[in-house]
Design a protein around this ligand. Structure first.
Ligand SMILES: [Zn+2]
Length: 278
């Protein structure tokens, strides 16, 4: 029990460091800058940061959110992305435990977080992020099987849709489930995009394919329709509170990112509960 707690804390600390790097990614990718060169510097005066200024959370608080040379504000996002990534890592360590699947879930979570934050700031899903992510998800399908990451209720439901003569083992059914999930989510978003192109970007359609590859079928349906419901609720709240008008473009990726993350971790449990009901 104690070792598990230590593992959660250590993994959370790794998350803080990763979060610090994610801020660099989120800053530089939309500007098409290299992630490696130049080293971390103030975006305003260009002064290279000292090592202590790169310590997650602590440095932001010590500097009171300003560059110590030119006084330029450091975005508040720098702090909360570090905090959120640390919390995310700790949460995943607690939920999944030290397994190969943890590595895969961590990778997916980090990608989803970067996509959500860039979309919030720029209303944009970058091809340089989403295309390699889709390829990665395809390559990881056999790896997830080897890691024993086979959601049992997903495979049970998926088996219903396969021709009964086709004899596949649970791992193979899970692989088919992920491919079908990717295609189904992609097609649903493509349909919405074609019907109302102003409500959604083509980047969202690509993100849907990535989401479906992660969540599989029928998990992808939960992630997709969950994101529509979540987006609808937040949209109504923004309208009623006067924070957005009818024409305001609200970035959609964060909603799909949240539901994808939840289905990735809890989809199988939710499906098990549902199947007990029917
Ligand atoms: Zn500066």
């Amino acid at each position: 029990m104690m070792t598990h707690a230590v593992f959660i804390v250590l993994y959370g600390l790794v998350g803080l460091l990763v979060g610090s790097f994610l801020n660099v990614v989120i800053d530089r990718l939309p500007r098409r800058e290299s992630l490696l060169r130049p080293p971390s510097h103030c975006a305003s005066c260009g002064r290279r940061l000292a090592a202590w200024e790169m310590v997650p959370l602590v440095s932001y608080l010590a500097l009171k959110g300003r560059c110590r040379t030119c006084g330029e504000r450091i975005p508040w996002r720098v702090f909360w992305v570090e905090l959120l990534t640390g919390a995310l890592f700790a949460f995943l360590a607690w939920r999944v435990g030290p397994t190969w699947a943890l590595g895969i879930y961590t990778l997916y979570s980090v990608i989803l977080l970067v996509i959500a934050v860039i979309d919030l700031e720029h209303k944009l899903i970058l091809n340089v992020v989403i295309i390699p992510s889709i390829i990665l998800a395809l390559l990881l399908i056999p790896v997830r099987r080897l890691a024993g990451d086979v959601p049992s209720y997903h495979t049970a439901v998926m088996s219903l849709f396969l021709p009964y003569r086709l004899t596949l083992n649970a791992g193979q059914v899970a692989a088919v489930s992920q491919l079908v999930g990717g295609v189904v989510a992609f097609l649903i978003f493509l349909l919405v995009y074609l019907i109302s192109p102003q409500g959604m970007g083509d980047g969202d359609v690509r993100l849907a394919a990535f989401s479906g590859l992660i969540t599989g079928f029928p998990g992808a349906l939960m992630a997709v329709f969950g994101s529509f419901i979540l987006g609808g609720i937040v949209g109504v709240i923004l309208l009623l509170s006067g924070k957005a008008g009818r024409k305001t473009a609200v970035p959609f990726a964060p909603f799909l990112v949240v539901t994808t993350f939840l289905v990735m971790l809890y989809g199988d449990t939710a499906l098990a509960g549902y199947m007990r009901l029917i």
